[in-house]
Design a protein around this ligand. Structure first.
Ligand code: TXA
Ligand code: MG
Length: 333
């Protein structure tokens, strides 16, 4: 694989050039950074899978500037999905629709539907409007690891593998898009994400939530751990945060002899004095917590600890998407 001198820059025209020449580059979106390439160029799309180490059965989201461009790749938009696109695009919403032939099989992993999203980030919007093709882009992280929410996160993991990272600053939403589709006359949510379930139900009424291990029925249960730090992560049920087994050893908090770091929603004052605690939001705001989630997990992953203990958040609004990421990141017992 080519070894690139990876540069980070805010120059959109340089990004356009790389993409036109069939390269993969990292681009900002309001959710997480994406690893983008021309979705209509199979050779460029293959490189995405290689760079990410991503199995070919896991399909990619195709990014478009808006509904008008989306119609070129969708064979059909059922009315509820069209209403959602009209209301929430550009934004953190991905819509699964039957694909037109022009979309390469490689992008959809041979599945009949294509995932379309119009990102709201102004830099991504500007880029998409300058291109005459849509962008296939998964999150710009090695497969299974935490998604990047800054240009530096991308650099830390993909340095040398891509020529360019288009810097759009820290991501404002912080968790991946919500994925919806339409089956048996009902809107189905396949991934909880940056657009709250409540916002979707406000437009189309009650939806079915069907969170799969894998998007591809041909590969059920293949994707065990996802969004995961390298350090083992446990939900707070494992050791009750208010339980009595805490110990301080050499100035560090330990449980059963293991050094721990704690991820909390709001700062907790009932933890032992030496606890390494990272809080997602000072004021207990769920959108702010989502924005900080992946950076916090990276910090804990790099800290001098043996394991991470993560508190659950309220199961509403963006709290659902955060809890979902924490569950998938957690060690299975
Ligand atoms: O916020 C986001 O959605 C980010 C940014 C970059 O847009 N992208 C992202 O992509 O999270 P990725 O590849 O990490 O997750 C995409 C997921 C796939 O794993 C799969 O579950 C679903 O989208 N997906 C994509 N295409 C599909 C298809 N044709 N059929 C079913 N599921 C699909
Ligand atoms: Mg991903």
């Amino acid at each position: 694989m080519t070894n690139f001198q990876t540069s980070i820059n805010t120059d959109i025209s340089q990004a356009v050039e790389w993409l036109q020449s069939g390269e993969c580059i990292a681009i900002p979106t309001e959710t997480v950074y994406g690893l983008a390439a021309n979705a209509l160029n199979p050779a460029a799309v293959v490189r995405i899978f290689e760079i990410k180490n991503r199995p070919a059965f896991d399909p990619l989201i195709v990014h478009v500037s808006g509904l008008e461009q989306a119609q070129r790749y969708a064979a059909d938009f059922s009315p509820p999905l069209q209403m959602l696109a009209e209301k929430y695009w550009p934004g953190p919403l991905t819509i699964l629709v039957p694909k037109r032939e022009v979309v390469p099989e490689l992008v959809t992993s041979g599945l009949p539907r294509v995932a379309l999203r119009a990102p709201a980030h102004p830099v991504a919007q500007c880029l998409l409007q300058e291109l005459h093709f849509p962008l296939a882009a998964p999150s710009a992280n090695p497969f299974g690891y935490i998604s990047p929410t800054s240009a530096q996160h991308v650099f830390d993991q993909l340095q040398g593998k891509i020529p360019y990272i288009l810097d759009g600053g820290p991501c404002q939403v912080g968790v991946e898009s919500t994925i919806v589709g339409f089956e048996n006359e009902q809107v189905v949510v396949y991934r909880l994400g940056g657009l709250a379930l409540e916002a979707i139900e406000q437009i189309v009424g009650p939806v079915r939530v069907e969170l799969n291990q894998s998007s591809n029925p041909a590969a059920p249960g293949m994707l065990k751990s996802h969004y995961a730090p390298k350090k083992p992560l446990f939900g707070s049920g494992r050791w009750r945060l208010d339980g009595g087994q805490w110990m301080v050893d050499n100035g560090q908090l330990t449980v059963d002899g293991r050094r721990i770091g704690v991820l909390t929603f709001k700062p907790r004052t009932d933890l032992p004095e030496h606890a390494l605690q990272i809080s997602l939001s000072e004021s207990g705001d769920l959108a702010e917590a989502a924005q900080n989630l992946f950076a916090a997990l990276r910090t804990l992953d790099q800290a001098d600890i043996d394991l991470i203990l993560a508190e659950s958040l309220p199961e509403k609004g963006l709290g659902r998407a955060i809890n979902d990421r924490l569950r998938r990141a957690a060690v299975r017992e």
